[in-house]
Each structure stands twice: as structure tokens, then as C-alpha cells.
Ligand binder design. Structure first.
Ligand SMILES: [Zn+2]
Length: 258
């Protein structure tokens, strides 16, 4: 869908992570809707959207696996599962069709609060910061920059980076923890994050789009070794750093009180 550099957004590798579908719902409603910004997104980026990677697991009520008891998010790199094998082939075709720009794998989390990103080291910092500029619901200081361990080669964001995606990350949203001291995430919050992800991916194409907030600035002094893929950073207990209100933020916040 669309044309230009390639972006792929995937959800529900893990069947029980229902919040992922609400973020994806925001992606789909935005890109397929009448928002004038969606036309701009479609004209600048070619989108491969996989709303539910593990439909059998969802139908069967599995938590993390498909019907063969395979955790898809550990097998994006091989042919163990039909679902990830098919996705891998699709991503290879994307690479033959154009520049691989961004891969976003949407998940949900059972313990940490809010919406946050997990990235391969600091390789996706610019995209994470651009998403944070587009939504107040991304916990930018809570970004995890995980080390590139051999055992994680089958994780979606790792495999996508290996296939050539310039920016590759996992987005998590809390299934139960409060977003702020007294508020849980609402469905419209999750959907607005989906729209924000799309806009941020397109922002990557604009060289002058420098994020107002950056991860390194937000956690300066706590990640001295976070300058390479060999580092591990997880700042999960810091308060949300809210930046300037964007149109999306105003939209989402007004919906919260509607
Ligand atoms: Zn998951």
C-alpha cells in the first residue's frame, strides 16, 4: 500500500496481547481513513501491514504461541513457524522492491506502565524520539535499548534489522499498569499511538525533522555505555517527560475527557 521507502508494522505475534490490536487499529483507521495526513503518508512510504500475525493462536486462546506451541517472536529468522516464514518472505520481497526504512512490531506488556519502545541498542533512537514527538503516551525515558545477543536473533526487531530495515523496534503497551499516577490507558490512547507511529515513520524522511526530545537527553548520566549495540539500557521507573502538545496530543487528550 502506497509507494516509496518501505515500512512494515506487525501486531499480535503473541495472542494474548490484545492492546497491540488497538494500536494497530489506530494505524489502520488512520491510513485507510480520510485524514489528509494519511494521503501524505501513503504517497511517501509503502506500507506492509500485518494486523494479526498469529490468528490461530488468538482463536485458540493461546498466550504466547501458535498452534504448534512455537513462540513466533523467537522464530522470525528461521522456517520453524509458517507465520514467521511467510512474513520473512514478504520482508525479503519488500527489500527487493525498495529501501527498507522502518519495522515496528507491536506487543503488550504485563508489568511496565504506559507505552514504550524496545530497540536494538541505540539504532532506532531517532524513530523513537519522533514517535514521542507525536504522542504524549510514549514513555520516552522508559525506552529499552537491548544488547544484540545471539539468542535473540529470532526476535522480530532483530531479524528485521538483519534483513536491512534501517529503523527496527518493538512497541509495548501496558495491559494493566497505570499510564500516570491516576489514569490507565484508554482505547483511544492506544489508537492514537498507532497514528503517531505512522506519522513518525514519515517524519524520518524529513532531514530537518529533528526530534524535540531525545532519549539520550532524557536519560543522560544513566547510560554511559549505551552508545553501541553491546549495551543494555532500561529506565522503567522514570516519570513521563511530556513535551509540547501536538495536534495528535490535543486530539487524544480531548477524547479522554469526552
Ligand atoms: Zn509480546
Amino acid at each position: 500500500m502506497g509507494s516509496g521507502p518501505r515500512a512494515c508494522i506487525v501486531a499480535r505475534a503473541h495472542p494474548c496481547e490484545t492492546h497491540a490490536s488497538w494500536v494497530m487499529r489506530g494505524v489502520l483507521d488512520f491510513l485507510l481513513g480520510n485524514d489528509p495526513e494519511a494521503q501524505s503518508c501513503l504517497s511517501q512510504v509503502a506500507w506492509l501491514l500485518v494486523p494479526m500475525l498469529n490468528p490461530d493462536g488468538v482463536a485458540a486462546g493461546r498466550t504466547r504461541t501458535n498452534l504448534d506451541s512455537v513462540d513466533l517472536n523467537r522464530h522470525h529468522h528461521d522456517d520453524t513457524a509458517a507465520e514467521t516464514k511467510a512474513l520473512k518472505s514478504a520482508l525479503q520481497a519488500e527489500g527487493e522492491a525498495g529501501e527498507l526504512l522502518a519495522f515496528v512490531d507491536i506487543h503488550s506488556h504485563s508489568k511496565r506502565r504506559g507505552i514504550f519502545a524496545i530497540a536494538n541498542g541505540n539504532s532506532a533512537d531517532r524513530l523513537v524520539s519522533l514517535i514521542a514527538d507525536r504522542t504524549p503516551f510514549l514513555d520516552l525515558p522508559g525506552t529499552s535499548r537491548t544488547e544484540a545477543r545471539p539468542k535473540d536473533v529470532g526476535v522480530g526487531r532483530m531479524a528485521a534489522a538483519f534483513q536491512g530495515y534501517k529503523f527496527s523496534l518493538t512497541i509495548e503497551s501496558s495491559l494493566g499498569a497505570r499510564h500516570t499516577a491516576d489514569e490507565h490507558l484508554l482505547l483511544q490512547d492506544l489508537a492514537s499511538a498507532g497514528k503517531a507511529i505512522c506519522l513518525a515513520i514519515v517524519d524520518l524522511l524529513c532531514p530537518e525533522a529533528n526530534p524535540a526530545r531525545t532519549i539520550s537527553a532524557a536519560i543522560v548520566g544513566t547510560v554511559a555505555s549505551a552508545s553501541s549495540m553491546a549495551s543494555v539500557t532500561s529506565v522503567s521507573a522514570s516519570p513521563l517527560a511530556l513535551g509540547p502538545r501536538s495536534e495528535i496530543e490535543a486530539e487524544a487528550l480531548s477524547a479522554r475527557t469526552a
